[in-house]
Design a protein around this ligand. Structure first.
Ligand code: ADP
Ligand code: MG
Length: 212
């Protein structure tokens, strides 16, 4: 049985202190199962409900892999709605407090595209957004995923419900084939299995039955 202590992960002392400051005393079950895999570079399918701490279950791992010297988008998190993307970006920024120079950018529809293009011109290490708007930026050439090493499909089943299947596939196809792909979903319908089969390599499935 693995430890539920954050200190059991290979994290910098500054991040352990940051997690303490955030009041995170120990890992939630999904974090305990996912983080060692995420940090070792594995592809993961994680089944867990809302409120189980999924953002940190990938976010803490993502942050360790960011090289601040490169301003290319190194990690992309796709979310079904603007609200969820906003929450995920907020949580990642909290987790990133120990590394002030990591830039997290939110790219969602319903917002003017001009300021987003301006922000992208300055570079961002982690991009969190909704599939439609991410695709708009890819088409315009204002966002490139050539250097992206990790893609997270957060609430993948809800993205499907919202009709984002084609966008998810098109976006994944524009990322390097040796990327890490992390799929978080409360349910596991056929189309999620299809995306996993087409875009994940040797994924490990982790599942948490009930919220702690
Ligand atoms: P989910 O994506 O599974 O719905 P979130 O990542 O949004 O869950 O996390 C839900 C809440 O739990 C957030 O307010 C977050 O700050 C908090 N949280 C996450 N991990 C921990 C932890 N290990 N200890 C305490 N609180 C946590
Ligand atoms: Mg979430």
């Amino acid at each position: 049985m693995s430890s539920s202590q954050f200190s059991s992960l290979k994290l910098p002392e500054k991040q352990l202190q940051n997690l303490k400051d955030l009041g995170y005393q120990q890992m939630t079950p999904i974090q305990q199962q996912s983080l060692p895999l995420v940090m070792s570079g594995k592809d993961v399918i994680a089944k867990a409900k809302t409120g189980s701490g999924k953002t940190a279950a990938f976010g803490i791992g993502l942050l360790e892999n960011i090289r601040v010297e490169s301003f290319a988008c190194q990690a992309l998190v796709l979310c079904p709605t603007r609200e969820l993307a906003g929450q995920v970006a907020k949580e990642i920024r909290k987790l990133a407090r120990y590394r002030h120079n990591v830039k997290v950018l939110t790219l969602c529809g319903g917002m003017p595209i001009g300021p987003q293009i301006g922000s992208l011109a300055h570079g961002a290490h982690i991009v969190v957004g909704t599939p439609g708007r991410i695709q708009d930026h890819l088409r315009k050439g204002t966002l490139s995923l050539d250097k992206t090493r990790t893609v997270v499909l957060d609430e993948a089943d809800r993205m499907l419900d919202m009709g984002f299947y084609d966008e998810m596939v098109d976006i994944l196809e524009l990322t390097p084939s040796d990327r890490q792909t992390l799929l978080f979903s409360a349910t596991y319908p056929d189309k999620i299995q299809q995306i996993s089969g087409d875009f994940q390599r040797d994924p490990v499935m982790v599942e948490v039955e009930s919220v702690h």
